[in-house]
Design a protein around this ligand. Structure first.
Ligand code: GTP
Ligand code: MG
Length: 280
């Protein structure tokens, strides 16, 4: 019968210690998942608000993941980080990761600025591979951001990696990753050159698309200004001779691309005041 005085074998791992380590690692993964959810909510709010106020969505696609235990173990091993929750928590800052694919290059910086202007977020590290692409042509803006998560035992600050890029950069990076990321030793020079050339082409595509986008916005703005000028010449708040209802001349009434739902709601409110929407 065990009397509680047996000597523990120093060559064998202590099961209690292993259990304790695993519990801490599980806690680490859980907090990273919470951090991810916090940032995803922020991104969702920014996206909805943008759509609502500017009738424009700068985000094409959002994806996220918490690193698998397998990947954590192999990255810790590769970087010589001891497998404890404390060491992994301090050294592996990309356990929670979000990829934000934006429409245009300027949108990636807008999203960056909007996130960093939030007072509960702290920027830990920034790598701007858009301004300074990697030698192979890789482009993206990488941020490590710390976000507080509020647990029963108190708040904990959690690092989350955010990669911001355009659709063109994402296209290039996904295919390049498939082709040879981290295993480029045996890729012949003419193929790495071709990948770099493809990156340059995708970058000039980004420049062209953004220029076209800006020019179209300017055209719309001019048309809008001309239309509101001609509306100003008409009598404001006049009464429509055909319906007898009051016509409203109001900036909101002139908002162009209202969603169908907004149009309906707007119409219903006008009608409840006995007014009609001015003809466009
Ligand atoms: P990791 O150990 O991979 O996390 O790299 P790091 O800690 O040195 O950070 P870095 O900011 O350079 O890269 C982080 C992540 O960006 C990678 O895990 C990839 O998702 C992506 N990335 C970086 N470089 C490349 C590249 O050359 N090609 C592709 N396709 N993705 C890249
Ligand atoms: Mg990584």
């Amino acid at each position: 019968m065990a009397d509680g005085n047996e000597m523990t074998d120093p060559t064998k791992p202590d099961p209690n210690e292993i259990y304790d380590r695993l519990t801490r690692i599980r806690h680490l993964l859980m907090t990273r998942e919470f951090g991810l959810q916090e940032i995803l909510t922020k991104i969702d709010i920014l996206r909805s608000e943008f759509q609502y106020s500017h009738d424009y969505n700068p985000i094409e696609h959002v994806s996220s993941r918490v690193k698998s235990l397998d990947s954590i173990i192999s990255k810790a091993h590769r970087k010589g980080v001891p497998f404890t929750a404390e060491d992994i928590g301090t050294n592996l800052l990309d356990i929670a990761g979000i990829r934000l694919t934006c429409s245009f290059v300027s949108d990636t910086y807008t999203m960056r600025d909007l996130l960093l202007s939030q007072s509960d977020l702290t920027l830990i590290r920034e790598r701007d591979y858009i301004k300074d692409p990697k030698p192979n042509g890789y482009q993206s803006l990488h941020l490590i951001i710390e976000v507080p998560v509020f647990l029963a035992e108190g708040p904990e600050r959690v690092p989350v990696e955010i990669q911001l890029r355009t659709v063109a950069m994402d296209f290039w990076a996904s295919l390049e990753h498939k082709i040879h990321y981290k295993d480029d030793s045996d890729v012949p020079r003419h193929l790495t050159d071709a990948l770099k050339l493809a990156a340059d082409m995708s970058s000039s595509l980004d420049v062209s698309m953004e220029r076209i986008h800006k020019e179209i916005l300017e055209l719309h703005a001019k048309e809008e200004a001309a239309r509101s000028g001609s509306n100003d010449e008409q009598a404001d708040d006049s009464t429509s001779p055909s319906t007898g209802t009051r016509r409203l001349h109001h900036p909101v009434a002139q908002r162009q691309a209202m969603s169908d739902d907004s149009q309906e709601l707007f119409q219903a409110v006008l009608e409840s005041f006995g007014m009609s929407r001015p003809q466009e």
